[in-house]
Design a protein around this ligand. Structure first.
Ligand SMILES: Nc1ncnc2c1ncn2[C@@H]1O[C@H](COP(=O)(O)OP(=O)(O)O)[C@@H](O)[C@H]1O
Ligand SMILES: [Mg+2]
Length: 137
C-alpha cells in the first residue's frame, strides 16, 4: 500500500479502504509523528466499519471502544501512557487479538512489550509539504 493523501478528506478515504481489508482479531499499528494524521485515518476507518459515532482522540482515555456491525473497534492512543501496566489495568489484553475486535493503535512504540508476541499490521504516515504519505510494508 502506498498512497498520497492531499487533505484530511483523502486521508479518511484511505482509512475507509483499509477498513474494508480488516477482519476481527486484527491489530493495526499506526506510526507517525504528532499531527501526522493518525486519528484522521481512524475516523475514516471507523466510517468504513459502519460506525456512525464521531471518533475522538483517546489521548487522555487511552482507549475508546465502539461497536460496529461486525466487530468492536478499540482505538488506543498511548501518547500519554506512563507504563504498559496502565493498559493492562484497563483490561487491554482482553481486546488485543480478540476475534470479535479490531484494535487500532496510535503510538504502538510505547506498548511494544504488550505487542511483542502479537501479529500486527503496520501503517506509516509521513508529512509531505502538501499532504501526507501513507504506506504499509
Ligand atoms: N492528508 C492530510 N493532509 C493534510 N492535513 C491532514 C491530512 N490528514 C490529516 N490532516 C490534519 O492533520 C492534523 C492532525 O491530524 P490528527 O489525525 O489529529 O493527527 P495525529 O493523530 O497523528 O496526531 C489535523 O488538523 C488534520 O486535519
Ligand atoms: Mg491522534
Amino acid at each position: 500500500m502506498n498512497y498520497i493523501a492531499k487533505n484530511e478528506r483523502e486521508s479518511m478515504e484511505i482509512g475507509k479502504k483499509i477498513a474494508a481489508k480488516l477482519k476481527g482479531g486484527d491489530i493495526l499499528c499506526l506510526y507517525g509523528d504528532l499531527g501526522a494524521g493518525k486519528t484522521t485515518l481512524v475516523k475514516g476507518l471507523a466510517k468504513g466499519l459502519g460506525i456512525k459515532k464521531n471518533i475522538t482522540s483517546p489521548t487522555f482515555a487511552l482507549m475508546n471502544m465502539y461497536s460496529a456491525k461486525l466487530h468492536k473497534l478499540v482505538h488506543i492512543d498511548t501518547y500519554r501512557l506512563k507504563n504498559e501496566q496502565e493498559l493492562v489495568d484497563i483490561g487491554i489484553e482482553d481486546y488485543l487479538g480478540a476475534p470479535d475486535t479490531i484494535c487500532v493503535i496510535e503510538w504502538p512504540e510505547k506498548m511494544h512489550k504488550l505487542l511483542k508476541n502479537k501479529k500486527t499490521l503496520k501503517v506509516k504516515i509521513e508529512h509531505l509539504k502538501n499532504g501526507r504519505k501513507i504506506t504499509s510494508p
